[in-house]
Design a protein around this ligand. Structure first.
Ligand code: AGP
Length: 613
């Protein structure tokens, strides 16, 4: 998730407005989308590109973005997905003859094969990014057509994955070419100038008149017009039919109109899960990780907080799908497991920030004993990836809310994909089941979307009931246990309800003593008929003590009749429970916090990244 912006100034505007400032200030407003490197390209007498690693303010001191002059320019602030943050991998990227400069937000699924073809045709690549294939593709088509827009369209038609692309060229100095699929892009319509940006905050100080660009739209802006075509229908788009006026304040705009980053990030999950999958399907390191796990003596998986819940989920899916025992532990408890480790073992360290000290300490201790380390992280080149042998990245983009949401569903999507590939590699998973799960994983983005659409209203109702109580239980069995723990952690973190989670079979061994009239118990019912049957008894025993029992489970679940409230989620393979069942639990926690008047983005006593032991 990066931030991109483009500005096309007419002669008048070009005299009054400084393009370097417009682009720099716009990128500042988009920095919540990514901040590890940035760059700008402007067309003055020629195409000029300035870019580097670092935050915008520091980079401007070094590269003077704001001083740039010209009438047409584009800018980018990066959240690295392909290629570590450095000066070369920063955007914009150019072609061999520096005719075209491109900025891109998204993940290209087929970039490696495109790169191979272009290299065979003599193109020379400077960076490790997926994005750099775009200017070279346009250059390749331009040799043939001599027409920039046609070449741009031909290039876009060959791309797979998600993209919002802006291209400038000295061949057409008063135009910015754009294309969009899955990644956000808007046009900001002005008097004598037009803008393009990933999000509304970047244009709000210049105009409130915007067009939200739809998937498969391609076109260009000039200072006076926006030309748009729909690649899917091949038809021209009447831009005036899509103009709308933004009423939001700037801070509202940064949250895309959501009241809090937490809710915005909950609703970003369909895109985040899909982009994480694109990355995994294309990741050259997955086979290496599978090899390490296949040959491993013992496999351990660890993390802290939400990342531990993702680790625990992997230990369950990996053991069931690959038949290899996978030991999960909370990273601050690594000492307990150390004596039994050594050469040939593998440790997976899950950490969205990649900086959590407990997990880093576990990594270092295991590594000292010759254990191979696989990291799963959301921040490229952070400490844990830097010290690991293999790193697999989620693509959730920056997470601002302290309570992890989209990083959990992206971690579990990536780890479930790994479990399936491992099951296939060790020959444990039959092709049919493997294909079924991969099919579900491929539609994980729409499964989350469906879960979101059906959860809102009921989650609010459940939140009201649960927030009246100072404590609650979140229960499940098997693959549902880490999801229930995640639900309990969320409502503890943001609504300060003392929610405890444990495998439901344990209730009768003690915890049920706490249950009395209207004591809230949330059941997570996996899509697994064996576990569902066991949970029926657990629901009965809670109801018999007067508990207020609610459930999150697959449509048509047998538990529905027993529960006070039932929140249905889409039916999918049991291994995908975190993707289908977590969203309602996140919403319950969010609405409970709001109901109690707390700010879910900045919960008390907590920090987003815990870099102390
Ligand atoms: C989760 O909502 C919390 N922010 C916290 O438990 C977090 O998951 C934990 O600190 C681990 O962070 P990491 O994923 O960055 O390592």
């Amino acid at each position: 998730m990066c931030g991109i912006i483009g500005a096309c100034l007419g002669s008048q505007a070009c005299m009054n407005l400084l393009i370097g400032e417009i682009i720099f200030n716009g990128l500042l407003r988009l920095e919540y989308r990514g901040y590890d490197s940035a760059g700008v390209a402007v067309i003055a007498d020629e195409l000029m590109v300035r870019k580097g690693k670092g935050k915008l303010i520091e980079l401007n001191a070094r590269l003077s973005f704001k001083e740039l002059r010209g009438c047409t320019g584009i800018g980018h602030t990066r959240w690295a997905t392909h290629g570590v943050p450095n000066d070369i991998n920063a955007h914009p990227h150019v072609d061999c003859r520096k005719m075209f400069a491109v900025v891109h937000n998204g993940v290209l699924e087929n970039f490696s094969e495109l790169k191979r073809v272009l290299k065979n045709r003599g193109h020379v690549f400077a960076s490790d990014t997926d994005t750099e294939v775009i200017p070279h593709l346009v250059e390749e088509h331009y040799y043939r057509t001599g027409n920039v827009y046609e070449s741009f369209k031909e290039a876009v038609k060959t791309l797979k994955g998600s993209y919002a692309i802006l291209l400038v060229t000295s061949l057409e100095p008063f135009k910015i070419f754009f294309a969009k699929k899955d990644s956000p892009l808007i046009i900001g319509l002005g008097e004598g100038f037009n803008l393009l940006a990933s999000d509304i905050p970047a244009v709000l100080s210049h105009t409130r008149s915007v067009v939200v660009i739809r998937d498969y739209w391609v076109g260009f802006i000039t200072p006076d017009e926006a030309f748009v075509e729909d690649l899917a229908s091949g038809r021209r788009v009447e831009v005036k039919d899509y103009i709308r006026t933004v009423e939001w304040s700037l801070s509202e705009a940064e949250k895309s109109g959501y009241p809090h980053f937490m809710l915005k990030e909950i609703y970003e999950q369909p895109r985040a899960v899909m982009e994480t999958l694109y990355g995994a399907l294309n990741d050259q390191l997955i086979p290496e990780a599978i090899k390490l796990l296949t040959d491993a003596g013992k496999i351990y998986v660890t993390g802290a907080g939400t990342s531990f819940h993702a680790a625990e989920h992997f230990s369950i899916t990996g053991t069931r799908l690959a038949g290899k025992p996978i030991i999960s532990f909370i990273s601050s408890e690594y000492d307990t497991y150390l004596p039994a480790t050594g050469e040939g073992d593998v440790l997976i360290v899950v950490s969205q920030s990649g900086e959590t000290m407990d997990s880093l300490k576990a990594l270092r201790a295991f590594k000292r004993r010759g254990v191979r380390i696989i990291a799963v992280s959301n921040v490229i080149d952070s400490a844990i990836p830097r010290e690991s042998h293999v790193t697999l990245y989620t693509r959730a983009g920056p997470e601002i809310g302290v309570a992890a949401t989209k990083t959990f569903t992206t971690q579990t999507t990536l780890l479930t994909y790994l479990a399936v590939r491992l099951g296939e590699a060790v020959g444990r998973l039959d092709v049919g089941e493997g294909r079924e799960i991969l099919g579900n994983i491929r539609s994980a983005g729409s499964l989350v979307k469906e879960a979101l659409e059906s959860a809102e209203k009921l989650a609010k109702k459940m939140a009201t009931a649960i927030s009246r109580s100072s404590s609650a239980y979140y229960l499940s069995r098997g693959v549902g246990v880490p999801v229930a723990k995640e639900g309990a952690l969320k409502i503890k973190e943001v609504a300060y309800v003392h929610a405890e989670s444990y495998p439901a079979g344990e209730s009768k061994h003690g915890p049920i003593a706490l249950v009395e009239n209207s004591f809230p118990v949330v059941f997570v019912i996996p899509n697994d008929s064996y576990l569902e049957a066991l949970l029926l008894g657990n629901i009965e025993e809670m109801k018999a003590r007067g508990a207020y029992v609610v459930g999150v489970g697959p449509e048509g679940s047998r538990t529905m009749e027993l529960l006070n409230e039932f929140l249905p989620v889409p039916r999918a393979h049991w291994a995908l429970a975190p993707v289908t069942h977590t969203v309602p639990l996140q919403l319950i926690a969010y609405y409970a916090a709001v109901e109690k008047g707390f700010d879910p983005d900045k919960p008390r006593n907590l920090a987003k990244t815990v870099t102390v032991e």
